[in-house]
Every structure is written in structure tokens, then in C-alpha cells.
Design a protein around this ligand. Structure first.
Ligand code: UDP
Length: 423
């Protein structure tokens, strides 16, 4: 089936696959693009990833892995631009993408796969110019995000909603991470159900695997006998790390003997508007009187992240909205149960009462109660840990790629007429 596809153009305008995930705009989408590209290349399919150059020091092309090139397109000033400024750079970016392809024979790429709404517009122009099908992954949806905002968060602008509607209209196939997201594309954006495919993201089961918690704690300089709770990811209101801190403050107030025996590790960096207030979470910890309990760590590469998961008793993912939640699956793959909000993709990523606990809403009291129950009951944790490994094993990037290839092949059946006037 896959032999018809030789080259894929992947478009990720607003964030580069070369960036470290876990801070700024780099997160699960970056991981998705890299993992998929490497596996497509391993099957003999060349992947070019088009992204916006964020530094003058970047060469026009970086080889990410054999068969995977990152094309750093100059569009606007090199420094990191705020997402709100990026729509103004779409023209430059699009012409950079078209110029690259123009250096090849016509028909160089077989399919264009764009990620996040900002990449949809250049992908649509490329689709028309190159006469190839366009597959689009939204990753997050503004209409969904806007219904789950924290009190102090800023709604996604109307411009993005409109942009997403245009992408839904113009893509040949839309990819959703979960059935839930597929339903949202149909119900909220009016997508044609026959053009929506669900492909689950994966987890790198060779990096994220169970291992010795004692060894991991030693490496990370964590006390061997403490309870360890873990939060991993971009620090922004939507991820709700504040819910974890408030829950911990409650637990400590109710169980004084816990102080000195509990560590809360927060691994990740500020993202979204939290970038203008990078110390906000530290301030909250101080305000709640738990600064001595919380350890803040900068984002780290995935092999080190696996050590954090192994060292933890429970990973907490209290997100207000989550299109999938790779962190939850990675933690489970390492044998660490997850306490998560029953929101979006987390309902797929975590199996309630089997691999972790899903909590309705974001009341810190509910989280405190569940976390305390888990910390106090090692046998329950051990059972969930076994369930977590089993559940995570059902997600692998190889099956993601297998499904993607059938989607690409299906998309290639769509007749796209080359147009020379669209750019
Ligand atoms: N991540 C990482 N290092 C860090 C923190 C996070 O590599 O220090 C990665 C993590 O392994 C996961 C991704 O960032 O694959 C976050 O994905 P998720 O779907 O949980 O959240 P998103 O960022 O997409 O909202």
C-alpha cells in the first residue's frame, strides 16, 4: 500500500521539530512530527519538514535523521515571534515553501501533511500548486479550547476560529487524534464525516519503559523513601498545574506528617501568556506555603524524562483541555499510573481505574482526595502500574505510521488539479 508514496511534505509553520518540547510552543505536536517522520523515513519515504527559521544561525536545511530534512524557511524576523504575529508571516512562509519545491521536477511530493491551523493555509496553496492531496492535523481546536479556559486565560481569537474553518473546508482529509476530536470536527466545524479519519498518536516504547524507581531517584537526586508526584509539560493555564499545587497544599494541611516525605516535581517551562510571567507557578507555591515541597525542573530530553516518570509514584495531568496527552501515555509506559482530568483525549489516553484515575472537573479537593488515596495504598498503585504498562503498550508510533500511510494512500485517490494561479 505504501509503495505509492515516496515523498511527504510536512508543514509545521509555528514551531520547529528542532525545538525542545515542554516549553514555549513546542510540545506533543513536535514530538508527533519527529517520531512519524523518522518512522516514515525508515520505510524508505523521504520527509521534508517545512518550518519557520527562528535563528539566523540555522542553515536552510538541517538533517534530522536519514531521510528527514528540516527546511528552515525565512519568514519574518528570526527571533521567536508570538503566535499572534505569525498570521502576518504566512505569505513569506508560503512563498518559501513554493520556492523550495520549484527547484525539483513537478510532482516531487506525493502528499502534503500540515499541522496546526497556521500551517493549513500554506498547505492549501501548495496543494493547488503541486496538484497533490492535503492532509491536515489540527492538534487543538480553538472552539474546544475556548469552552475550557481557566479564569485568567485569554480566549483564542476569532481569526484562529475562522482560519480553522477554512482549513476544515479545504483539506482533502482531516486527521483527528481521538474519536472525540473527530466528532468535534464534524459537530463544531461542520466537517464532512467522510473526510475525517482518526489516527491515534503513539509513544516510543523503547525510551518509555518500566525501570528501577530507586535508580531513577538516585540519578535525579530524589529521596529514596519520599512520595513523589510529577507534573510534566508546558506550563500554562490550560495544563492547570495550579490544580496540582492547590491539591498538594490541601493534602499537606490534612496530613501534617506528610511534609518532609513528599516531593512534587514540575518538569517543563512557561508557554503561552505564562511566558510573560515565568515565575507565576513558583509564586503560587510560595503563596500556598509549599515552596519547600515543589521542585521545578527545566524541560529535558525524553530519555531523561523517562527517569522522572520512573521515579514518580503518580503523574498528574489536570489539563482543562487536551487533544490527546502524550505525557499521560509516556508515564504509563514507564509503569507510573496517572491521575488526570477526564478532559478531551485524556479519556482515551488513561483507562479509569485500570491504568490511573480520571477526575471530573478541576476541584483541587477531588485531586487531593484521589492522590492521598493512591499514596496511602501501595498495592493499589502497583495494580494500576501493571494496568498502565498494558494500556500504554496499545499505543506505538509504528501503528500510528501504519494508519497514516493508509490515510495518505486514500488521500492520493483524490484528484487534485494543478493550478498555477493560486499562490
Ligand atoms: N516533553 C519533553 N520534555 C519535557 C517536557 C515534555 O520532551 O521536559 C515532551 C513529552 O515527552 C511529550 C510532549 O512534550 O511528548 C508533550 O506532549 P503532550 O501531548 O502531553 O502535551 P502538548 O504539549 O502537546 O500540549
Amino acid at each position: 500500500m505504501s509503495q505509492r508514496i515516496a515523498r511527504v511534505a510536512t508543514i509545521s509553520m509555528h514551531t520547529s521539530p528542532l525545538d525542545q518540547p515542554g516549553t514555549g510552543d513546542a510540545g506533543g505536536m513536535n514530538v508527533y512530527i519527529v517520531e512519524v517522520a523518522k518512522r516514515l523515513a525508515a520505510r524508505g519515504i523521504d520527509v521534508d519538514i517545512f518550518t519557520r527559521a527562528t535563528s539566523r544561525a540555522l542553515p536552510p536545511i538541517t538533517e534530522l535523521a536519514p531521510g528527514v530534512l528540516v527546511r528552515n524557511i525565512v519568514a519574518g524576523p528570526f527571533e521567536e515571534l508570538d503566535k499572534t504575529e505569525l498570521p502576518g508571516r504566512l505569505c513569506d512562509f508560503t512563498s518559501g515553501v513554493l520556492r523550495t519545491e520549484a527547484a525539483y521536477e513537478p510532482g516531487h511530493y506525493d502528499v502534503v501533511h500540515s499541522h496546526y491551523w497556521l500551517s493549513g493555509q500554506p498547505a492549501w496553496v501548495a496543494r493547488q500548486r503541486w496538484g497533490v492531496p492535503m492532509v491536515h492535523s489540527m492538534h487543538t481546536l480553538a472552539k474546544v479550547k475556548n469552552t475550557s479556559l481557566a479564569d485568567d486565560d485569554t480566549p483564542e481569537p476569532a481569526e484562529r476560529v475562522l482560519g480553522e474553518e477554512q482549513v476544515v473546508e479545504s483539506a482533502d482529509l482531516l486527521l483527528a487524534n481521538t474519536m472525540d476530536e473527530a466528532g468535534q470536527l464534524v459537530d463544531l466545524y461542520g466537517a464532512d464525516p467522510s473526510r475525517v479519519e482518526t489516527v491515534s498518536p503513539g509513544v516510543d516504547l523503547s525510551t518509555f519503559r518500566p525501570g528501577s524507581a530507586a535508580l531513577a531517584r538516585k540519578r535525579l537526586d530524589l529521596p529514596p523513601d519520599a512520595h513523589v508526584l510529577l507534573f510534566v509539560g508546558r506550563i500554562q493555564p490550560l495544563k492547570a498545574p495550579d490544580v496540582l499545587l492547590r491539591a498538594v497544599a490541601r493534602m499537606l494541611a490534612g496530613n501534617r506528617s506528610l511534609r518532609g516525605r513528599l516531593v512534587v516535581a514540575v518538569v517543563g517551562g512557561p508557554s503561552g501568556w505564562a511566558r510573560s510571567r515565568p515565575e507565576e507557578l513558583q509564586r503560587l507555591a510560595a503563596h500556598l506555603g509549599i515552596a519547600d515541597v515543589v521542585r521545578f525542573e527545566p524541560p529535558c530530553p525524553q530519555p531523561e524524562l523517562a527517569e522522572w516518570y520512573r521515579a514518580a509514584d503518580v503523574t498528574v495531568v489536570p489539563s482543562r483541555s487536551e487533544s490527546f496527552g502524550l505525557v499521560a501515555v509516556e508515564s504509563q509506559a514507564c509503569g507510573t499510573p496517572v491521575v488526570a482530568a477526564a478532559a478531551g483525549g485524556l479519556r482515551t489516553a488513561v483507562r479509569h481505574a485500570e491504568s490511573g484515575v480520571l477526575i471530573d472537573g478541576h476541584d483541587p479537593a477531588d485531586y487531593a482526595e484521589v492522590l492521598w488515596r493512591l499514596l496511602a495504598r501501595p498495592r493499589l498503585r502497583a495494580r494500576l502500574s501493571r494496568g498502565a504498562v498494558r494500556h500504554a503498550a496499545t499505543f506505538g508510533w509504528d501503528s500510528t505510521v501504519e494508519r497514516l500511510l493508509s490515510v495518505y494512500t486514500g488521500a492520493m485517490d483524490v484528484k487534485v488539479t494543478r493550478s498555477v494561479v493560486s499562490a
